[in-house]
Design a protein around this ligand. Sequence first.
Ligand code: ZN
Length: 170
Amino acid sequence: MAIEKIANGVVVSMTYVLTVDGEEVDRAGSDDPLEYLHGADNIVPGLEEVLEGKKIGDKVSAVVPPEQGYGEYDEDEVDEFDFDEIEDAAELEVGMPLEFEEEDEEGNVFIYEGTIMEITEDTIVVDFNAPLAGKTLNFEVEILGLREASAEELDHGHPHSMDGFFEDEE
Ligand code: ZN
C-alpha cells in the first residue's frame, strides 16, 4: 500500500532551503533531494516534529528554535590549547575544523570535532559547539515522495538511497 502520510518508519524524500540570520546556509533541490528516515533522529527534532503527518506535495515552512535544532550555544564547549599540544599547529587557520581523538580505559576511541576560533602566539582556541548551535533555523520544505523503509534501513536507522550521506557504524 502506498504511504500517505509521514510517520515513523517512512522514508521521506524532500527539497529544503535552510536560512539562518537571513542567509541561506544549506539546500537540497529537486535534482538532488534529501531522503531521511522519519522517527530516527536523522534531522533536527524541531523539523521532524513539524513534518509528522505531512503528505506528498505539501510545502512546509518551519521556524526551529535552537533547543529544537542544534542546541543552545554553550560557552563551556570552547577550549584553549597550547600550541605545542596540537599537531601541525603552524598550518592551521581560523575557521578550520579540527578533530581530537580521546581513548577511554577500555580502548574505545571517541572523536570530537571543533572549529578553530582564534590563534594567538602560543594558544589555539577551539569551539566544540555545533556550527549552528544557538541559531534559529528557518526551513522551507517540499515533500516529494514517501515510501516504506526496508527492514535493513529500519535496523540501521537511516535510508540507503543516499550513498555516503548517512554513514554506517561498524
Ligand atoms: Zn546503513
